[in-house]
Design a protein around this ligand. Structure first.
Ligand SMILES: *Cc1c(COP(=O)(O)O)cnc(C)c1O
Length: 403
């Protein structure tokens, strides 16, 4: 069986249209966009300008407000560290959330070691924020609120417009890590009051190793201390020779996403619902992680109770998905995102994130349903806990004897 890719939240294949647009920039159009004295440089610069327009257009920004980076990890670091250093005299308090990506959490923890106070807001069992708690956390010392647009594990979407309005009301900058949301749901930095936004090309059918940070230029003009010092590229905020082929691909990926987003979202929701219904109609004790409605079109995160996480992943051979227990990586810790939702350690361990994308077909979804149902049934045949649960015995109430 040909492997089926249902891990689009981890990365996406480069769209063939994107690739063909990039190829000349590895060949005859190899110029450095910073070379102002000859046609090689001008051609590269023009291609970068076009891409900048396309990235900006997707999020309702101006081209000049786009700073190209190596990806969302760098954009997130630049937003947090850059704002922290530049606005430290105004205050040293930052607000973020426990379900953010590590590219936010780690720089936030780093800042906490450098004298900043960081508030990590909790979420409810759907992964949603309490906006009153957010407002209550704002102090005169607060300089930045950083909250993601949509979560990478559970797909839950945060109310950006409401957060943006609240940030504005209190004169605090608002950064959003929109890596999972760009090209999937409509985003508008003006309508949503966003001051900084992180994007990554490889989550939206562009190449790996390129991304952007949107930095608002007016009302207010956001200032950032750079992390990389050098030739003063990107208005001094990110020095380094531009990755011209990557940027060209990123621009094309944004242009396509903007054209096709609405239709594609509908298609993905219908495939995602087919997957969910297919699994839930054939299996019991299946639990949805995340928000039942308010989530990304292609995301489906489910826990299959009474199966062991590692065996589940192994049984799902040829279906490329992500698991909530990081058993394939260095740690055996269950997902911190699911734990923050209050999902029990057992259920977090047997969770699977299916993430669908542009090249997912109905046939693939039906095969994935079949394979998952087979695997879960086979594993449950070996599970005495599953038999007891089916008979209606509340396992959590059992007093296990210990010696
Ligand atoms: C993938 C991802 C990142 C990291 O992006 P890179 O471009 O791979 O560095 C950051 N935040 C979120 C929410 C992501 O999904």
């Amino acid at each position: 069986m040909k492997p089926i890719y249902l891990d689009y939240s981890a990365t996406t294949p480069v769209d063939p249209r994107v690739l063909s647009k990039m190829l000349p920039y590895f060949g005859e159009l190899f110029g450095n966009a910073a070379s102002k004295n000859h046609s090689f440089g001008w051609a590269a610069e023009q291609a970068v300008d076009e891409a900048r327009e396309a990235v900006a257009a997707l999020i309702g920004a101006q081209a000049k407000e786009i700073v190209f980076t190596s990806g969302a990890t760098e954009s997130d670091n630049l937003a947090l560290l850059g704002v922290a250093e530049m606005y430290a005299e105004k205050g040293k308090h930052i607000i973020t959330c426990v379900t953010e990506h590590k590219a936010i959490l780690d720089p936030a923890h780093y800042l906490a070691t450098k004298g900043f106070e960081v508030t990590f807001l909790p979420v409810d069992k759907t992964g949603s924020l309490d906006l009153q708690a957010l407002e209550a956390a704002i102090t005169p010392q607060t300089i930045l609120i950083s909250l993601m647009a949509a979560n990478n594990e559970i797909g839950t979407i945060h109310p950006l417009k409401e957060i943006g309005a609240m940030a504005k009301k209190h004169d605090v900058l608002f950064h959003t890590d929109a890596t999972q949301a760009t090209g999937k749901i409509p985003l508008d930095v003006e309508a949503m009051g966003i001051d900084l936004m992180s994007l990554s090309a490889h989550k939206m059918y562009g190449p790996k190793g390129v991304g952007a940070l949107y930095v608002r230029r007016r009302k207010p003009r956001v200032r950032l201390a750079p992390i990389l010092h050098g030739g003063g590229h990107e208005r001094g905020m990110r020095s380094g020779t531009l990755n011209v082929p990557g940027i060209v691909g990123f621009g094309e990926a944004c242009r396509i996403a903007q054209l096709e987003m609405a239709e594609e979202a509908e298609r993905l929701i219908s495939l995602r619902d087919r997957l969910q219904k297919g699994l839930e109609s054939q299996l019991d004790f299946v639990f949805l992680n995340g928000h039942p409605q308010n989530r990304l079109p292609g995301n489906l995160n489910l826990s299959f109770a009474y199966v062991e996480g590692e065996s589940l992943m192994m049984g799902m051979e040829n279906i490329a998905v992500s698991s909530g227990s990081a058993c394939t990586s260095a740690s055996l810790e269950p997902s911190y995102v699911l734990r923050a939702l209050g999902v029990s350690e057992d259920l977090a361990h047997c969770s699977i994130r299916f993430s669908l994308g542009r090249f997912t077909t109905e046939e693939e979804i039906d095969l994935a349903i079949q394979k998952t149902v087979e695997t879960v049934r086979r594993l449950r045949e070996m599970s005495p806990l599953y038999d007891m649960a089916k008979e209606g015995i509340d396992i959590s109430s059992i007093k296990w004897t210990s010696h």
